[in-house]
Design a protein. Structure first.
Length: 308
């Protein structure tokens, strides 16, 4: 096992993005706005973030037998990410996301999971060579929860670090949470998992303690411009964010997760790794698009130098 290798298991989508000044109301049509397509999906985004931030990364997911899937995998390979064990669904198309971004940088997204939703434990078994050699497993919830649970149990039994970003928000079984080394929800996801409305450091701590009782070793609750609340055996408290002009917040969470995994893979102290991940996310929101917005390691370190 290579403890520095990161295996991302998750979704890959083609993002179809319209940037407009305001979201349409139900039944309303808005003329104008810029349109572009780019690669996305929480799994693929986090894989790209981990790679650009200096990690050794492989990706396992499921695509359709179509041009969207082949283009997505070509892009990951060009980033230097191994995709040799990505499965192909012979029936379902590749995943797509329809995204609107308003003038404030807020986004509204509908995802057709398609082939992502058919990634099964059997597909994971076929990807065993990647699973066995990786030291860090990074997961999200745009693939079936049963598959995520299966991966987490198998990885935990092998002594791997299991990182879970529980997005999109969902109720999760305790059998999954007990196998998670590091859980990274945002405020809404933490609230759904615990029933605690997260609005500040005190409520974030309450939610984090509830998650720790379920067996999660370390909890990081991201809170947008307020920063992130951290709870583990060695530290409890807020990691502040960086104030930047927001253009598009869509990939901020994925950038944070991938960058954090990359720093952890290098053996960084958790607080140091979190500062790096927070800086990477701050850079990403100043740019349009999902994967196009993700910075490289040198950019993040220069940003940290300038914002000491």
């Amino acid at each position: 096992m290579n403890r520095n290798k990161i295996l991302v298991i998750g979704s890959s989508n083609t993002d179809m993005v319209i940037k407009t000044q305001k979201f349409p109301a139900p039944g309303e049509t808005i003329l104008g706005g810029d349109f572009f397509m780019t690669q996305g999906g929480k799994g693929a985004n986090q894989a790209v973030a981990a790679k650009r931030c200096g990690g050794t990364v492989a990706f396992v997911g499921k695509i359709g037998n179509d041009i969207f899937g082949s283009k997505a995998m070509q892009h990951l390979e060009e980033e230097g990410i191994s995709t040799r064990l990505v499965a192909t669904d012979p029936v379902k198309p590749s995943g797509v996301a329809m995204i609107m971004v308003d003038g404030k940088g807020e986004n509204s997204i509908i995802v057709a999971d398609s082939s992502n939703g058919s990634l099964s434990p059997e597909d994971i078994d076929r990807a065993a060579p990647e699973l066995e050699t990786a030291g860090i497993i990074l997961l999200q919830l745009e693939i079936p929860i049963d598959t995520v649970t299966y991966v987490a149990e198998r990885a935990a039994q092998s002594g791997k670090t299991v990182i879970l970003n529980p997005a999109p928000a969902a109720q999760l079984p305790d059998t999954l949470l007990k196998n998670v080394s590091l859980l990274i929800p945002n405020e809404n996801e933490a609230a759904q998992l615990t029933g605690v409305k997260v609005t500040d450091a005190a409520s974030a701590e309450k939610a984090a303690l509830a998650l720790k009782k379920k067996g999660v070793k370390t909890i990081v609750i991201t809170m947008g411009s307020a920063g992130a609340f951290v709870l583990d055996d060695n530290f409890s408290g807020m990691i502040p964010s960086y104030q930047v002009e927001v253009v598009d917040s869509k990939a901020a969470g994925d950038t944070f997760c991938g960058a954090l995994a990359a720093e952890i893979s290098r053996g960084r102290d958790l607080k140091e790794a979190l500062r790096f991940a927070t800086a990477a996310a701050a850079i990403s929101v100043t740019r349009m698009g999902a994967q196009p917005s993700i910075p490289v390691e040198n950019e993040v370190r220069e940003f940290l130098r300038q914002n000491r």
